[in-house]
Design a protein around this ligand. Structure first.
Ligand code: SF4
Ligand code: SF4
Length: 349
């Protein structure tokens, strides 16, 4: 009997399989735009769109599962009584070609939006999603997922995980929805052989040896648990932060948001949720204009301590997935790897 948890998909069968899946769900995959930048994009036609599995997508799944701005509900006021109407039902969506770091970020976001109660808006989308990941055989220059235990391959969390073996993919099902695909479209697959397993393991070892950045995440976490961060480090970093919000916006695990009511007329309006960023000066500004946090000294404190210290204490895992996007985007050069380098190199007080 065929083991439905692991099968081999010939590369020639990938598009025919996606074509079948696309008949029943929206398909989102990495696509290079006209400027040469790769983003997760909805595929309308698989015959005319080339899926780009060679570049790191500049965006993660965050804009889809937690949109930059979304309507949580429409409200109506009648004699000072509010009635809320939630948005329409979400569409079934398949996310294909998702990297290990970005799936790890989705698992973290699942956790954040499940407590103290399940966020109905987030879970309406999440429950309709099916995620097919692609393990990384060639980590990108700024990646350090190995140091955050978020890759290059994953052991759980995906619906399906693909590993490129050259002329075929080693496909593993991690959840029921993924196993259903292997079962339903079994004629696209063949059984895994001993040689396939050996190649996969060899590629995994080679991938781990290809990381070019040595980011000492575990060392930094130990330091943060045991010693306060010297104020000089916060000051040095904050001086180089220009409050652009770029790092929080590209980061797949930054989930801060604000909620506003936008009146449409005297009796109706929209309750909106929009991304916010703890690095922004307005994040802690109070009514009347007073800001209890001195940005010049502490602009980045919440962001870095939240990811490397607080989440480790709360959830047993850091909430940086080593995707490297903040390294790419910060023109002040004060991304999380700079912070890790500074605290691991600093003298213990
Ligand atoms: S750390 Fe860099 S990317 Fe983030 S807000 Fe400051 S300048 Fe912008
Ligand atoms: S902090 Fe930087 S490297 Fe870590 S997950 Fe966020 S964007 Fe990626």
């Amino acid at each position: 009997m065929i083991d439905l948890k692991e099968l081999i998909l010939a590369k020639d069968n990938l598009i025919p399989l996606l074509r079948k899946l696309k008949k029943e769900a929206r398909l989102i995959a990495p696509v290079k735009n006209g400027y040469g930048d790769t983003f997760f994009t909805e595929i309308s036609d698989l015959d005319t769109t080339v899926i780009d599995l060679d570049s790191q997508p500049q965006s993660s799944l965050k804009p889809f599962l937690l949109p930059q701005q979304e309507t949580l509900a429409q409200y109506t006021i009648d004699k000072e009584e509010y009635t809320f109407t939630p948005p329409e039902k979400e569409q079934a969506t398949i996310y294909f070609g998702v990297r290990s770091c970005d799936l790890t970020a989705v698992l973290y976001t699942d956790l954040i939006f499940s407590k103290p109660t399940r966020d109905s808006s987030y879970y309406a989308r999440r429950n309709q999603s099916l995620i097919i990941t692609l393990g990384c055989n060639n980590p990108f220059p700024n990646c350090f997922c190995e140091a955050t235990e978020s890759g290059p391959y994953l052991e759980y969390g995906y619906d399906l995980q693909l590993i490129d073996l050259g002329d075929c993919y080693f496909v593993s099902a991690g959840r029921r929805k993924g196993a259903d695909i292997l079962e339903r479209w079994g004629y696209f697959f063949r059984e895994v052989g001993e040689k396939d397993r050996k190649i996969r393991y060899q590629l995994f070892l080679e991938s781990r040896g290809k990381f070019t950045r040595n980011v000492q995440v575990a060392h930094a976490c130990r330091r943060l648990q045991q010693h306060p961060v010297p104020e000089t480090i916060w000051e040095a970093l904050s001086r180089r932060c220009y409050d652009c919000g770029g790092c929080a916006y590209v980061c797949p695990t930054c989930t801060c948001f604000s909620v506003d009511d936008m009146p449409l007329n005297k009796t109706q309006g929209l309750r909106l949720r929009s991304w916010d960023a703890c690095t922004s000066s307005g994040f802690t500004r109070m009514a009347g204009g007073h800001n209890p946090v001195d940005r010049r000294q502490h602009a980045l404190k919440r962001r870095f301590l939240h990811k490397l210290k607080d989440d480790l204490t709360l959830h047993g895992k850091v909430s940086c997935t080593g995707c490297g996007r903040c390294v790419d985007i910060c023109f002040g050069g004060v991304d999380i790897t700079t912070f890790i380098h500074l605290i691991t190199a600093a003298e213990v007080p």
